[in-house]
Design a protein around this ligand. Structure first.
Ligand code: IMP
Ligand code: MG
Length: 185
């Protein structure tokens, strides 16, 4: 794999795994005995959703059933510091009405993707709707969006790995790194 754009490590594989175990324990206790639908946001949440789903299996007295689905949101317009509209690029399975839905995303950045999704999904009548993000960058938040299970607060640098991409590359890095200095986003 081309390693040219990989900068210093922000969080190692082991550090990320520990945070996911902590999130899984909290989620397992809140959804004890109830069916739970993990809804991953493509493409950034591929790694996190898969690891969280498996971490939940290791929890005693967790959800009665765990289902996994994905949904895809595309941002368009003037991306960057502010603005940029969101639109549904690929919908999830047929119905989430009556389900306990937990949105799982890689990172809460300016918050517009999650705000769009929460509004869209709430209209479909889930029994409950919560949001879990592995990474959180509150410094860049532009809209007030509830994150029920925030993982790691990260610094205000462009990050790659563990689902996060730079030009569609590096999603498969098993840890989180900074984009190398001098590379423009
Ligand atoms: P927002 O919260 O609507 O700004 O969008 C967040 C989405 O932008 C995330 O789900 C990521 O897919 C992407 N994103 C935000 N920050 C980064 C980053 O540092 N590296 C790579 N992708 C990012
Ligand atoms: Mg994303």
């Amino acid at each position: 794999m081309a390693e040219g754009a990989i900068g210093p490590t922000l969080y190692s594989q082991a550090e990320i795994a520990a945070v996911i175990e902590r999130l899984a324990a909290e989620i397992a206790s809140d959804y004890r005995g109830k069916p739970l639908l993990l809804l991953g946001v493509l493409k950034g949440a591929i790694c996190f959703t898969a690891d969280l789903a498996r971490a939940l299996v290791r929890q005693a007295d967790g959800p009665s059933e765990i289902m996994v689905d994905y949904i895809s949101v595309q941002r368009y317009g003037s991306l960057g510091s502010s603005g940029g509209q969101a639109r549904l690029a690929m919908d999830c399975g047929p119905s989430i009405a009556g389900a306990n839905v937990l949105i799982t995303d890689d990172i809460a950045d300016n918050g517009r993707t999650l705000q769009f999704l929460q509004t869209l999904l709430r209209e479909r009548g889930p029994a409950s709707l919560r949001t879990c993000t592995l990474f959180d960058r509150p410094a860049r938040r532009e809209v007030d969006v509830p994150i029920d299970y925030p993982g790691i607060v990260i610094p205000n640098v462009f990050a790659i790995g563990y689902g996060l991409d730079y030009k569609e590359l590096y999603r498969n890095l098993p840890y989180l790194a900074e984009l190398r200095e001098g590379i423009t986003v």
